[in-house]
Design a protein around this ligand. Structure first.
Ligand code: LER
Ligand code: MN
Length: 272
């Protein structure tokens, strides 16, 4: 059996697939009422008052915190680990340390997804930008390891970023960094675009699969598009995966319906 979670955010985000954006009280209440085990929160500035209040509310909600998503530091604030500007990389490192500290209170994961940014400018500079990003990931991993926090690297489709698009690439990055607290986040929406086979890619990740986002082909709740989630669930069972499955979906037709459809769908997935 999987552990269910739902992605929400305390702030309006420049990133679509988050439920109850800017209304996290209702997000938490809804997740608890529908019987989710946990919530995943997308945070911008971990030192903000909103995040402090959110932390208290999660603690009293009875829900677990599954993960902290970090992409808003890039989407909203342009902080990227690829940047040649040390000041930007340091500012992002401080943010990531804050996210890791927040996650540590629940033993939650921290996601390295959209926060990677994009390789920009002349193609000749791409490899040094990538190298810089990997060095930053090393710093995050080291800080997280000291706090028993796992980091998950999320392959993201080519229309959103131009590096680490596939599970294969994420595994190579994990191998080259060589930290024991790094694993892969498989998001079915991205995998549907990038991978030859979703199940094949999950199998490739194998023991390095740390976390899963389930969204359908159109990024609506699972069941609203054409991904074969029975096959996905059976593959996860065959891998012995018993971790989180998270609804990271567009708030369509609205957040309430998407949250309800996702948990109902999760409950009806084939059991291992
Ligand atoms: C985040 O989990 C995600 O799936 C990406 O689309 C973020 O850019
Ligand atoms: Mn995702």
């Amino acid at each position: 059996v999987f552990i269910t979670t739902m992605a929400i955010t305390p702030e309006r985000a420049k990133f679509g697939p988050l439920l109850f954006a800017g209304d996290w009280q209702r997000g938490l209440e809804t997740a608890a009422r529908l019987g989710y085990d946990a919530v995943e929160v997308s945070l911008r500035d971990p030192q903000s008052e909103a995040v402090k209040a959110l932390g208290k509310a999660i603690q009293s909600s009875g829900l677990a915190l599954s993960a902290v998503a970090t992409g808003q530091s890039y989407y909203n604030d342009g902080l990227s680990p690829t940047s040649s500007d040390l000041h930007i990389r340091r500012k992002l490192l401080d943010r990531m340390k804050g996210h890791i500290g927040f996650a540590a209170r629940w033993g939650a994961f921290v996601i390295i997804g959209g926060v990677r940014g994009r390789l920009e400018g002349a193609a000749a500079t791409f490899s040094e930008q990538r190298e810089r990003a990997l060095e930053e990931f090393c710093r995050y991993a080291e800080y997280a390891r000291e706090r028993n926090v796992g980091l998950v690297i999320e392959p993201i489709n080519r229309y959103e970023t131009n590096y680490i698009n596939t599970v294969q690439e994420a595994l190579e990055v994990i191998r080259s960094i060589g930290a024991g607290n790094l694993s892969v986040l498989g998001d079915t929406f991205h995998m549907n675009i990038e991978e030859v086979s979703i199940s094949g890619a999950l199998e490739e990740a194998g023991d390095s699969l740390g976390y899963v986002h389930l969204a359908d082909s159109n990024r609506w709740a699972p069941g609203q598009g054409h991904i074969d989630f029975a096959e996905v669930a059976n593959t996860l069972h065959s891998l012995g995966y018993g971790g989180y499955i998270g609804a990271e979906v567009l708030p369509l037709p609205d957040s309430d319906a998407a949250a309800r459809w996702a948990i109902e769908f999760f409950r009806n997935l084939p059991r291992g």
